[in-house]
Structure formats: structure tokens, C-alpha cells
Write a protein that binds this ligand. Structure first.
Ligand SMILES: Nc1ncnc2c1ncn2[C@@H]1O[C@H](COP(=O)(O)OP(=O)(O)O)[C@@H](O)[C@H]1O
Ligand SMILES: [Mg+2]
Length: 136
């Protein structure tokens, strides 16, 4: 079992840190012709085969203060799209920009301070409520 853990620790990190450490100010989000497909290797079997794009040709602008709700069938790519904003995955094609800057140019700490994710399932550890809150 420990080998499996070591395997994960040893896996190469392919999301590279960008050089810009200046935090985005306005928060204008733009998706330019964004496409994403999972790498073939180890890709979960999907109808139509692993070459299928999870997302393709997504063009959206969200102005500061605007709220966008993304609605779609299960498996349509909502979660995958959300994962692209904090660069858990990188786009396969196209660009994601915050205030006109490609998010790949930002350092990861700066990007991840600008992008927050609230998960569907709350995770609680078996400790007090106060301790759970303080973990963050
Ligand atoms: N880790 C993964 N590897 C391969 N395919 C995946 C992975 N995660 C999701 N997918 C596939 O990508 C597509 C979009 O999934 P997802 O974004 O989770 O949909 P939604 O959140 O809209 O229900 C689905 O076809 C799903 O099977
Ligand atoms: Mg989802």
C-alpha cells in the first residue's frame, strides 16, 4: 500500500508555476475557445472512446460582479470546467484569462488566492466544529 502512496508522491507535476506574482484586481473572467480532453493514458472509459473532448469551443466572458450559473446534464463537463479555473487541469486548447492575463502566466499561489471553490460535499474530520473550522 505504501508503494502506491510513493507512486503518487513521485509522479511528475505537470502544472507549471507562472512568473507573475501580482494579484489580479478586477476579476474579469474570459474563456477563449477553451477545449479540454483527458490524456489517453489512464483515461476513464467514456462512450465514444478516450479521444472525445470533454469540452470544446467554450467562449464566455464574466464581468466583475456578474454571476454565471452553469447548467447541464451529468457528464456534460461542468466540474471539468470548474477545475480549469484553479488549474487542477490545464486547457488542451484555447485560453482562460483573468483581467486579460492568461492564468498560466500567474504564479499558482496568486491564482489560487483569486479562485475559490466550494465543493458539493462538505468534508468534516472527527474533531470539534471549532477545530474543523480552524483547519482552513
Ligand atoms: N478523471 C477523468 N478522466 C477521464 N474522464 C473524465 C474524468 N473526470 C470526468 N471525466 C469525463 O469528462 C466528462 C465531463 O465530466 P464532468 O465535468 O464531471 O461532468 P459534470 O460535472 O457536468 O457532471 C464526462 O464524460 C466524464 O466521464
Ligand atoms: Mg460535476
Amino acid at each position: 500500500a505504501a508503494n502506491r502512496i510513493a507512486e503518487i508522491f513521485d509522479s511528475p507535476i505537470d502544472i507549471a508555476d507562472g512568473p507573475v506574482s501580482q494579484a489580479p484586481r478586477g476579476g474579469r473572467l474570459e474563456l477563449r475557445d477553451v477545449g479540454f480532453k483527458f490524456p489517453d493514458e489512464g483515461a476513464r472509459a467514456r462512450p465514444g472512446g478516450p479521444d472525445n473532448w470533454a469540452l470544446r469551443h467554450v467562449n464566455v466572458v464574466v464581468e466583475p460582479g456578474q454571476t454565471l450559473a452553469l447548467v447541464g446534464a451529468t457528464g456534460s463537463g461542468k466540474s471539468v470546467l470548474a477545475a480549469l479555473f484553479s488549474r487542477l487541469y490545464d486547457v488542451t486548447e484555447g485560453q482562460i484569462l483573468i483581467d486579460g492575463r492568461d492564468i498560466r502566466e500567474l504564479s499558482l499561489p496568486v491564482l489560487r488566492q483569486a479562485v475559490a471553490t466550494a465543493f458539493e460535499d462538505p468534508t468534516l474530520f472527527s474533531m470539534s466544529v471549532a477545530e474543523n473550522l480552524r483547519l482552513g
